[in-house]
Ligand binder design. Structure first.
Ligand code: OOG
Ligand code: MG
Length: 262
């Protein structure tokens, strides 16, 4: 850690205010070039604590930048993790208000729900499949608080990995029966296909993303508890949306998710 606690707290409040006031800010490493990865996660944890202290409920964890498409799109090369809260959840088939967001983008993801604790280091795909209750299709709405979605890895970790809204589909699948590598995903905007992919885009298999999360948490003395909802990261690049857009994400064998931005 290179930042003192006061600076961590004030950067957390700065970024959370940007979220709550729908106002973009410049990336925080511009003013704090010496901040390190521990500082970045400490800022993210301070935002989580602030939300919990206001009575909001923890809803799950997410991995980000787990696919080549996303790493290339954002110009970074290491997966990161963040958290989800209850107020970020929206229903399949529902509406998402655009005026609550800065410059949202949508991404199709595979989500896991665990039935046993997962501990790292040393967590691997076999542990994850054994500890998975079911998988569901999901759609994340990311909304970086940074101007023009321009950031570096430390800045985006501090900004809770651009978490903003998420939608989980209701068609649950068993990861032991599905082939999660070849599972196809089609993303449509206003009836036109705008991105396609296969779930192997996520670290070869989305369960590897959950294993990596357990290992990243393990390095911090934490674990993934049983019953955790985990989004494993975008299968395709993220697609920008505007007011009036209808989005439909189709997942092979797992149904589809649709939302409208109003
Ligand atoms: C960071 C969050 C990335 C994913 O699924 O890859 C992410 C960003 O691109 O703003 O959620
Ligand atoms: Mg995502």
């Amino acid at each position: 850690m290179n930042l003192d606690n006061k600076t961590v707290q004030s950067l957390a409040s700065h970024l959370e205010q940007a979220e709550l006031k729908t106002q973009d800010v410049v990336k925080i490493t511009d003013a704090h070039p010496d901040m390190d990865f521990d500082d970045a996660y400490a800022i993210q944890y301070a935002i989580r604590k602030a939300k919990l202290s206001r009575g909001q409920k923890f809803a799950g964890l997410k991995m980000g930048l787990t696919s080549r498409a996303k790493m290339t799109q954002m110009g970074v090369d290491t997966p990161i993790f963040g958290f989800l809260m209850d107020y970020m959840a929206r229903g399949d088939g529902g509406e998402i208000r655009i005026d609550e967001l800065i410059h949202p983008k949508v991404e199709p993801e595979i989500a896991f729900v665990t039935k046993a604790d997962l501990h790292g280091p040393g967590c691997h795909i076999g542990d994850v499949l054994a500890a998975t209750d079911f998988v569901v299709p999901a759609m994340e709405v990311i909304d970086s608080r940074y101007r023009d979605f321009k950031f570096d890895l430390k800045s985006v970790i501090a900004d809770n990995t651009s978490s903003s809204r998420f939608v989980a589909g209701g068609h649950a699948g068993d990861p032991r029966e599905l082939d999660l590598r070849t599972l196809g995903v089609v993303l449509e905007k206003n009836g036109e296909v705008v991105a396609t992919g296969a779930a192997a885009a996520v670290l070869g298999h989305p369960a590897n993303s959950v294993a990596m999360l357990a290992n990243m948490l393990g390095a911090r003395g934490e674990h993934i508890p049983a019953g955790t909802f985990i989004m494993t990261g975008a299968v395709t690049e993220a697609v920008a949306v505007r007011k009036g857009d209808s989005i439909n994400a189709r997942f092979q064998g797992l149904g589809s998710i649709s939302v409208r931005f109003v």
